[in-house]
Structure formats: structure tokens, C-alpha cells
Design a protein around this ligand. Structure first.
Ligand code: FAD
Length: 459
């Protein structure tokens, strides 16, 4: 694919205004490396359109020149899908941050793709509503990026992933045309679900410019409970008991001793003595009244290693959540990690993690945590010899697939996992993916290294 030349960059400047086209390493560096530092490249230019019309004009110009683009929101993605690894033009959505009126009857809001999750939450809070999906990088990740990755996060056990809540999208497709269907009607059987198709498409079909997002009521009371177990198997067995016995469960998160030790030692986080155990579940319960109702009876059935830790006030809850949410940050301090985000059926969790242990060579360090309530494990490995990374990565992903799981639970395929997609998607599915891609992005300029990968298996 050709790189953007001076004539194209000048044309992009005429579309969005010269101040919104960044060129040169110094200005584009922050857009060219991912959050982990593992994926990097050099953007030919970073373009920051301020309207959907400008996005359409930018995409049309790039398509005419045959120049590839990478859509980017908050750049918190973890699979190398939002950074220009091959010198592409980055199209940043951050100026598309409009926040529309909150529809309290439909429980929906229309927002620009560049609005962050935290901005939308603050905007909706006065109406007693909030986005159903919540993630640790809420101050940076954008609604467009969350749609593009079908983000999951901590509350999937109650609310599902983004896909369930996308009531409509506006997007510029790879050919520069704009589709818009933002009415958010409860019933609307008028053809293909284009919003569903764009959700999880990782910027390979088009650029999401606005989203009609479903909202859920803010629940008045929240409690976080830390449950310690002597064995991983005990924590796994507790999940169906908690889900079945406590309808007010919002999140069931797993941390293991090595990760808890790491956030304590690297970040100085206080860890209650009762949570010093091989496996810990952080369970969040939310309701308008008595979020703990039913929990006492359920806890009696669990074999806990210590007394539970119960946090009710916001500061105490935040302290417990920090132990889980700051795992990624603490791991990054050890060096760029190999991050593998997989789902395995609950019954396979213990066997899968034992297999992972066998695949990781001595000298490397493995830290596992995740959203155990929905079977999602984040396997982080630091200190691998570069020559051994492919074997470990391929082995772990193949193990997840063989056990009936997924090679990407919530982060997406990106460039990182494109060559492993065949482990979980058959030839007919991959051919359908390619046909859809060609139909909506005929010049093949939209994030070409992502999902299906470049010709020859490169990504
Ligand atoms: P980016 O990183 O900018 O982009 C991600 C992908 O979406 C790229 O392929 C990009 O091309 C595409 N894209 C971005 N914007 C658009 C657009 N407007 N139109 C089309 N394509 C677009 N993810 C979870 O699901 N659950 C978690 O719990 C979670 N926890 C995290 C914790 C940490 C500490 C970090 C750093 C990340 C975590 N993530 C998690 C990953 C990340 O936050 C999500 O993938 C998020 O949805 C990315 O949003 P973003 O705006 O940063 O997108």
C-alpha cells in the first residue's frame, strides 16, 4: 500500500484545517505506540476530523490515493489494532465528542464516537442513568473504540458486552459513504443489522462517528466483597453459586496471589490480610436496597480460606477495586507483557491454567487475573525470550480453542492475533468475513493489518 505523500497530506489539511493534521515523529509519537509499549509504528500523519462530513472526506481522499488508515479512539486497545504499525494515516475520533440529550424514557443517549466512557457517565448521571459497560480505562477509552472492540469489562455478568446496548450507529464506510441509523427504536425490522456488524469490527469496515447507546439505571447502593480461597478450584466453583443465589451481582473478578503480591509491592497498594490467599474473588453487588440480600446464605456454601472483606463506602470499595484494576499497570512496570485475553468454559479453567504453566518457560513470569464471572481470563507473561514468544502465544491460544473457548474474550483480534483467527473461525466463516470486508471497504484501506491480516499472513 502506498504511504501518504505531501499532496495527500496537504489535501487532508484543507479538509480538517492544518492544525488538525499532525506530521512528524514528535507530534505523532503518542498516537503511534500502544498502552503496553509492545505495539508501535510511525504514523504518516494523524488527522483529527471534527465532523462526520470531515471523516467522510478524509476517508474518500485516502481511498482515492489507495492509502491505508487506522481509526483511533483513546488508544487503550491491547491488541495492536489502533496503532499505525505499517505507516498508515491515523484518523483520531477524539474531536467527535458531542453529547446528545439523554432520553430518559427510552434510556438511551446519542454520543459522538470520541466521547470517553467517563464523559458519558458524567453526562447521564443527573438523570439516574449510566452506561451498562464499565472498564478500568474509563477516562480514556472512547465509545467508538468500545463499539469497535465490542468491549466487555467488569459488568458483563449482569449487562453483557457493548453489542447488547448499541441501539444504532452512524459510520463512514471504507468507500467514504456515510450510514446513519440512530433512532434507537425498540422494534425496527428493516433489514441488515449494520450496527451489529460494525460492533466488534475493529475499524476494518468503517469509522464509527456516533453511537445511540442504551443506558441502565444507576443503582443506589453498592457493596464490594472480597472472598479468599485456598485453591483456584474453590473460586471457580463459587461462580455459579454466586450468580444463581444473588441476582444483584454486578461483577465477579478473579485475582491470584502472584498478582496481588505484585500490586502490593510495585504500587504500594494496601492488601487486607484476609485477601492474602491463592485465589480471591472480588464480588460487586448493586441494588436500590440491600445489595447484600441473599449473600450470607450463599457464602455459607462456599469454602472460604478467611473471613470475607466487605467494603460499603466508596473509598473502601475503590481500595478493593484498585487491587484488581491496577494489575495491568503493575505488570507493565515489569516490562512489555505478552497479554493473552481468552475465554474458557468455567469447567476448563483449572486445567487450562495448569496447561499455561507448562507452556511458559522458567525465568518468565505469569500473572493471571480476569472477569471470572463470564469465563474471561487475562494471561500476562513477562520476561519471555523474544525467540520463544510465538511458541508460548500459539500454545496458549490453541489450548483455549481446544477447550471450547475463544482466543479473544473482549480485546479483539487486532494485529496481534490475526494469524490465529483460524483456530476459532472455519474457512466458510473467514470467506464470509472477507466478502463483507470487500463489500464495505473495496479499496482495502480500513485497518488492513487487523482481524484478517495482510496478504501472506502478515499483520
Ligand atoms: P482504541 O484503542 O483507540 O482502538 C481500539 C480498536 O478500535 C482499534 O482497532 C481501532 O482501530 C478501533 N477503533 C477505535 N475507534 C474507532 C472508531 N471510532 N471507529 C472504528 N474503529 C475504531 N477492554 C475490555 O473490553 N474490558 C476491559 O475490562 C478492559 N480493561 C482494560 C484495562 C486497561 C488498563 C487497559 C489499558 C485496557 C483495557 N481494555 C479493556 C481494552 C480497551 O480499553 C478497550 O478495547 C476499549 O474498548 C478501547 O477503546 P479505545 O477508544 O481506547 O480504542
Amino acid at each position: 500500500m502506498p504511504r501518504a505523500d505531501a499532496a495527500l497530506i496537504e489535501q487532508l489539511g484543507l479538509i480538517v484545517g492544518g492544525a488538525h493534521v499532525l506530521v512528524g515523529r514528535e507530534l505523532t509519537e503518542g498516537y503511534s505506540v500502544d498502552w503496553t509499549g509492545r505495539f508501535r509504528g510511525e504514523a504518516a500523519a494523524v488527522v483529527r476530523p471534527g465532523t462526520t462530513g470531515e471523516v467522510a472526506a478524509v476517508v474518500t481522499a485516502c481511498a482515492a490515493a489507495g492509502v491505508s488508515v487506522v481509526p483511533q479512539g483513546g488508544n487503550t486497545g491491547l491488541v495492536g489494532g489502533g496503532v499505525p504499525r505499517h505507516g498508515e494515516v491515523v484518523i483520531s475520533s477524539r474531536r467527535l465528542g458531542a453529547l446528545g440529550p439523554v432520553d430518559v424514557v427510552a434510556r438511551q443517549v446519542t454520543v459522538g464516537a470520541g466521547a470517553t466512557l467517563a464523559e458519558v457517565a458524567v453526562h447521564c448521571a443527573p438523570y439516574g442513568l449510566e452506561p451498562p459497560v464499565d472498564l478500568a480505562p474509563r477516562d480514556s477509552c472512547t465509545i467508538g473504540g468500545m463499539v469497535a472492540t465490542n468491549a466487555g469489562g467488569t459488568r458483563v455478568v449482569r449487562h453483557g458486552t457493548m453489542r447488547r446496548h448499541v441501539a444504532g450507529v452512524e459510520a463512514v464506510l471504507g468507500d467514504g459513504s456515510t450510514i446513519s441509523h440512530l433512532q434507537g427504536l425498540g422494534k425496527d425490522n428493516t433489514g441488515y443489522d449494520l450496527a451489529g456488524l460494525l460492533t466488534g469490527s475493529e475499524g476494518t469496515l468503517g469509522i464509527v462517528t456516533a453511537v445511540r447507546l442504551g443506558l441502565v439505571p444507576v443503582l443506589a447502593e453498592r457493596v464490594v466483597v472480597g472472598l479468599a480461597f485456598a485453591h483456584l478450584a474453590g473460586a471457580v466453583a463459587a461462580v455459579p453459586v454466586l450468580v444463581g443465589g444473588c441476582p444483584q451481582v454486578d461483577a465477579i473478578e478473579l485475582v491470584l496471589a502472584p498478582g496481588v503480591e505484585l500490586v502490593g509491592s510495585k504500587l504500594g497498594l494496601p492488601v487486607p490480610d484476609q485477601l492474602r490467599a491463592p485465589a480471591v474473588l472480588l464480588v460487586e453487588l448493586a441494588a436500590d436496597h440491600e445489595p447484600m440480600a441473599g449473600l450470607a446464605a450463599v457464602i455459607e456454601d462456599l469454602r472460604l480460606a478467611h473471613e470475607p472483606v466487605v467494603a460499603t463506602d466508596p473509598a473502601a470499595r475503590a481500595r478493593l477495586w484498585a487491587i484488581r484494576e491496577r494489575h495491568a499497570e503493575a505488570i507493565n512496570l515489569l516490562g512489555p507483557p505478552l497479554k493473552l485475553d481468552v475465554t474458557v468454559p468455567l469447567a476448563e479453567t483449572v486445567g487450562f491454567l495448569a496447561e499455561v504453566d507448562g507452556l511458559v518457560p522458567g525465568g518468565a513470569r505469569t500473572v493471571v487475573f480476569g472477569h471470572l464471572g463470564d469465563g474471561n481470563l487475562h494471561v500476562n507473561i513477562v520476561g519471555l525470550d523474544p525467540s520463544g514468544i510465538d511458541d508460548v502465544e500459539g500454545g496458549v491460544l490453541a489450548a483455549a480453542a481446544r477447550r471450547g473457548g475463544s482466543i479473544s474474550a473482549e480485546h479483539g483480534i487486532g494485529t496481534a492475533k490475526a494469524r490465529y483467527l483460524h483456530l476459532v473461525r472455519g474457512p466458510a466463516e473467514l470467506a464470509a468475513f472477507a466478502a463483507i470486508k470487500h463489500a464495505l471497504d473495496p479499496a482495502g484501506i480500513m485497518n488492513p493489518a487487523v482481524l484478517l491480516g495482510l496478504p501472506g499472513g502478515r499483520s
